[in-house]
Design a protein around this ligand. Structure first.
Ligand code: GDP
Ligand code: GDP
Length: 463
C-alpha cells in the first residue's frame, strides 16, 4: 500500500479525480489536530491496485491572493505525507504561473511526481498536454477525470511503484527510500530503451471481441482451463479480471471480460454492455487482441472496439478465430485482409493472425505478433535519424505554400513512446493540411517499421 497525494492549483480537476478513484469509499475525515484535518483522505481503487489517496482540493476557498499561503502549506503537508504526488494541470487552460509555483514546491520537496494533464478529452487539449512537458517533470499523462479516460495509463504507471512498495513493506525496510523508480521521466532527448516484460511488470494484454468470438476458449487454451474457472488472481477487481502467466517465455497478464459479459447477458443488454466491458479492458492493456469469428468477421462491434483501442493509443493485433472450421482458407484470408484495410485504415499494417482457440493452431504466431506489437509500441527513433528522414520526406513532397508562403517543417523529435509520439517544429502548423500529416504518419510507419501501432504526431509552431 502506498499513499498518493493529488496536488495542483484550484480548478484543474483534483476533486473530480479523487472522487473517481475513491468513489463512495471515502474515509472518515482525520480528526488529528493541525492541518491534516483539512485534507481529505480516501481508499482508492484502480484496477487491482489499492492505495490511500489524499486530496488537497477545496482549499481554494481562502481567497487571499493568487495562491493562498494556506494552500501552499497544506500542499507541502500532503507532499510530506505521501509516497507519490500526482501533480494535476489543466490541459485546456495550458500552463499558468501557479502551476510553476506547484512544480517548484514539488521539486524543492524532492517529491516523487507523476504529472497528469487533466481535461485531456478531445483534440482541444493536445496543445496543453504538450505544453506540460515544459514543467520539466517528465511525460505528462493525459487524463480526463470527468470522462474516466487515461486511468489505464495511470494504472500502468502506478503498478510497478505499488509492487515496489509492497516488496519494500514485505522486506521490512521502511528506512530504505525508493529512489530508483523514476516513472519514465523521459525527456525529448532521452527516451528509455525498450524494456522487456518481467514478472513484476508483465506484458498487459486484453482479449476483446463480440460474444461467442471465442475469448474464453482462447484464454483457457493459453492459461489452462482450470485457472480461469477457479478464480483468477485479482478477481476482486470490478474493472476487469486478470490472470498472469508465462506465455511462450514472456511474463504476460491477460484481461478477460467474459465474466462480465455473462452478467450482461442476464440483463439482456449484451451488445451495449460488452462494448463497455471491452472498453474497460482496453484501458488496462498495452496490447489489445481483437478476436474475430472467422464466420462473421468485422462486424460493427468489432470495428468499434478496434477503433477504440487505436484511439486509446494501444497496440492492436487482430486474431481471426475458428480457423479450423474454414474450408477455403486462402480465399477467406484474401477477403479478410481486404476488409481490414478498407474498414480500419487507422490500423494500417496491424498484424492479422488466424488461430483456432479450440485446437491451439496459430497460438504461437499470435504470441509472436503480440510481443512484436508491444516492441513496436515502445519503439524509439533517434532524433538524428528522424531529421534526416524529415528532410527526405519534405524534399520528395514539399508542404503546401498557402498565400505564396511555404510552410516549413524545421525539426522533429520523438516526444514519447507507448505509443510513439512525435513533435514537428513547423511554421504555421494551423495551415498544414491533414493530408500532409497523414503522409508523414504513413511514412513514419513504413520507414521505421512501426506497423499496427497508433502513431501520434503533433505540429508545434516555433515561437
Ligand atoms: P479542483 O479544484 O482541482 O478540485 O477541481 P474540480 O475537481 O472541482 O474541477 C474543476 C472543474 O473542472 C469542474 O467544473 C469539473 O467538472 C471540471 N473538470 C474536472 N475534470 C475534468 C475533465 O476531465 N474534463 C473537463 N472538461 N472538465 C473537467
Ligand atoms: P466468448 O463469448 O468470446 O468467450 O466465446 P466462447 O469462448 O464462449 O466460445 C463461443 C463458442 O465458440 C463456443 O461454442 C466455443 O466452443 C466455440 N469456439 C471457440 N473457439 C473456437 C475455435 O477455434 N473453433 C471452433 N470451431 N469453435 C470455437
Amino acid at each position: 500500500m502506498f499513499t498518493l497525494a493529488i496536488v495542483g492549483r484550484p480548478n484543474v480537476g483534483k476533486s473530480t479525480l479523487f472522487n473517481r478513484l475513491v468513489g463512495k469509499r471515502l474515509a472518515l475525515v482525520d480528526d488529528q489536530p493541525g492541518v491534516t484535518r483539512d485534507l481529505r483522505e480516501g481508499e482508492a481503487r484502480l484496477g487491482d491496485l489499492r492505495f490511500t489517496v489524499i486530496d488537497t482540493a477545496g482549499l481554494e476557498d481562502a481567497r487571499d491572493d493568487s495562491l493562498p499561503a494556506r494552500m501552499r502549506r497544506l500542499t507541502e503537508r500532503a507532499v510530506e505525507m505521501a509516497d507519490i504526488c500526482l501533480f494535476v494541470v489543466d490541459a485546456r487552460a495550458g500552463i499558468l504561473p501557479d502551476d510553476r509555483v506547484f512544480a517548484e514546491i514539488l521539486r524543492r520537496k524532492n517529491a516523487h511526481v507523476i504529472l497528469a494533464a487533466n481535461k485531456a478529452e478531445g483534440t482541444a487539449a493536445e496543445a496543453g498536454v504538450l505544453e506540460a512537458w515544459e514543467l520539466g517533470l517528465g511525460e505528462p499523462l493525459p487524463l480526463s477525470a470527468e470522462h474516466g479516460e487515461g486511468l489505464g495509463d495511470l494504472f500502468h504507471v502506478l503498478t510497478p511503484l505499488a509492487d515496489a512498495y509492497a516488496a519494500r513493506a514485505a522486506a521490512e525496510e521502511p528506512e530504505e527510500p525508493v529512489t530508483d523508480l523514476t516513472v519514465d521521466a523521459e525527456t525529448d532527448a532521452d527516451l528509455p530503451a525498450y524494456r522487456a516484460p518481467t514478472p513484476q511488470r508483465p506484458l498487459q494484454v486484453a482479449v476483446v471481441g463480440r460474444p461467442n468470438a471465442g475469448k474464453s476458449t482462447l484464454i483457457n487454451a493459453l492459461i489452462g482451463e482450470d485457472r480461469l474457472l477457479t478464480g483468477p488472481e485479482a478477481g476482486i477487481t470490478r474493472d476487469a479480471i486478470s490472470v498472469s502467466f508465462d506465455w511462450g517465455g514472456t511474463p504476460t497478464r491477460i484481461f478477460d471480460t467474459a465474466g462480465m459479459r455473462k452478467k450482461a447477458r442476464v440483463q439482456d443488454k449484451v451488445e451495449k454492455l460488452s462494448v463497455a466491458d471491452g472498453l474497460r479492458a482496453v484501458k488496462f492493456a498495452e496490447v489489445v487482441v481483437v478476436l474475430l469469428d472467422a464466420a462473421i468477421p468485422f462486424e460493427q462491434q468489432d470495428l468499434r472496439i478496434a477503433d477504440l483501442a487505436e484511439r486509446e493509443g494501444r497496440a492492436v493485433v487482430v486474431a481471426v478465430n475458428k480457423w479450423d472450421a474454414e474450408t477455403d482458407r486462402q480465399g477467406k484470408l484474401r477477403d479478410l485482409k481486404e476488409a481490414f484495410e478498407r474498414l480500419l485504415p487507422q490500423l494500417r499494417g496491424a498484424p492479422l493472425v488466424t488461430v483456432s482457440a479450440l485446437t491451439g493452431r496459430g497460438l504461437d504466431r499470435l504470441q509472436d505478433a503480440v510481443v512484436k506489437a508491444h516492441e513496436v509500441w515502445n519503439r524509439r527513433v533517434p532524433t538524428a535519424r528522424l531529421n534526416r528522414w524529415l528532410a527526405d520526406m519534405t524534399a520528395a513532397h514539399p508542404p503546401p505554400a498557402p498565400g505564396g508562403r511555404r510552410i516549413r517543417l524545421r525539426y522533429m523529435t520523438q516526444a514519447k513512446t507507448r505509443p510513439p509520439g512525435f513533435v514537428v517544429m513547423c511554421s504555421h502548423p494551423d495551415k498544414l493540411p491533414a493530408s500532409y500529416t497523414r503522409y508523414l504518419v504513413n511514412g513514419l510507419r513504413d520507414d521505421f517499421d512501426m506497423p499496427g501501432t497508433p502513431i501520434r504526431l503533433w505540429m508545434r509552431s516555433q515561437s
